[in-house]
Design a protein around this ligand. Sequence first.
Ligand code: EPZ
Length: 424
Amino acid sequence: MAIQELLSIQGGVPLRGTVRVSGGKNAAVAIIPAALLAGEPCTIENLPEIEDVKVLKEMLTWLGAKVDFAGGVMHIDPRGVNKYNPPYELVSRMRASYYLVPVLLGLFGKAEVPMPGGCNIGARPIDQTLKGWRALGAKVDTMRGVMAAEATRLTGAEISLDMASVGATVNTMLAAVMAEGNTFIHNAAKEPHIVDLANFLNSMGASVKGAGTDIIRIRGGRPLHGTTYAVIPDQIETGTLMIAAAATGGDIVIQDAIPYHMEALSAKLLEMGIYVHDEDDRIHVRYDGVMRPINVKTQVYPGFPTDLQQPMTAMLTIAGGQSVVTENIFESRFRFVDELRRMGANIRVVDRVAIVDGVNHLVGCPITTTDLRAGAAMIVAGLIAEGTTEIGSTQFIRRGYENIDVKLRQLGAKVEWITRETNY
Ligand code: EPZ
């Protein structure tokens, strides 16, 4: 016998009302480890209370930092940090734990961090990260499942990434801040969380210029100090709520968002016939009786984000015709489609392309989730479907969506966490 947690959704209710978006997960998981570099206490605000942030708190505490986290605010005092080798049990719980490598390398001249965990959405190589660290003078070995890095001294360098990788850009920025001299990262990732990390580092006294463009310049070796900083709103949570509102035939206003970050999604929703209107930090999304099929190709920012591909695919299952979704970033990000099919969706997947033929409705049933954003897709599907959907493997949803049940209930949805005894 085991107790299983499920997210239960009674579908068919159009979302209506106003909701506030939480702080950005992917900004938070880069900024929290970076705070150790300050050598003085830092306060980070607007953090989402999600599993990934809680795991990072545990990791920093294990390394010797004093960390308090309540009400979305984390106080980090890094002065007691005295270890450079966090354990596998903690590191394996999230992908971004490898952001600790450049931080520990900068602080101690060495780091030993087990290879990162995270969502199973493709091979997720780290060759570009290794290239960045090595160019700055680190010796890095990845044998025995551990990233072991050493450097008596890091020196600024010109680095050209083969692809605009978020992970490699973050990892190189963090090492470059502690290197002597100038570093240029060419073909850098431009995602909003890269800009947020740069702003955070600058607020600690670093000199990072050009974040949000293809070339980032870092003047390394500057003295850093404590700071207070608020992370940006989560653009993937914002997008998920926009899609959920449109897909359920709803009418919502999302507050505390950055509409500029949502342009790729907004353009696609408008193409579908959905009303989208921005005003300052608010986005109004309304279904106006039409849901046309569209073609979507995932790209690096500012293109359509891979992290919204799955919830968008869930919505397209009920659009009025055939849509084509091409996943260009992660090769295994269509594994969730089997679950949508069980709910009545008509989807064929050929390699990295999903052909979605819209059906009249989905039908609720027990389903599982294969990764974090697949969890968001299952929530959208459950909200659309007739009857009850019970979503399993909820740990994925808890990794990245703060109070998602509360937020959806606030918009009128019938959603609750339930537990059930299983005999397997
Ligand atoms: C980040 O992952 C995000 N994670 C992902 O969000 C997001 O899906 C992804 O960027 C793309 O936007 C965090 O920020 C913690 P990449 P990351 O390096 O850094 C290839 C979520 O759901 N590549 O930009 O791992 C890679 O295979 C998560 O919140 C190499 O070939 O992504 C992929 O095709 C999931 N070699 C592409 O680049 C490398 O060394 C982009 O990956 C690095 C990447």
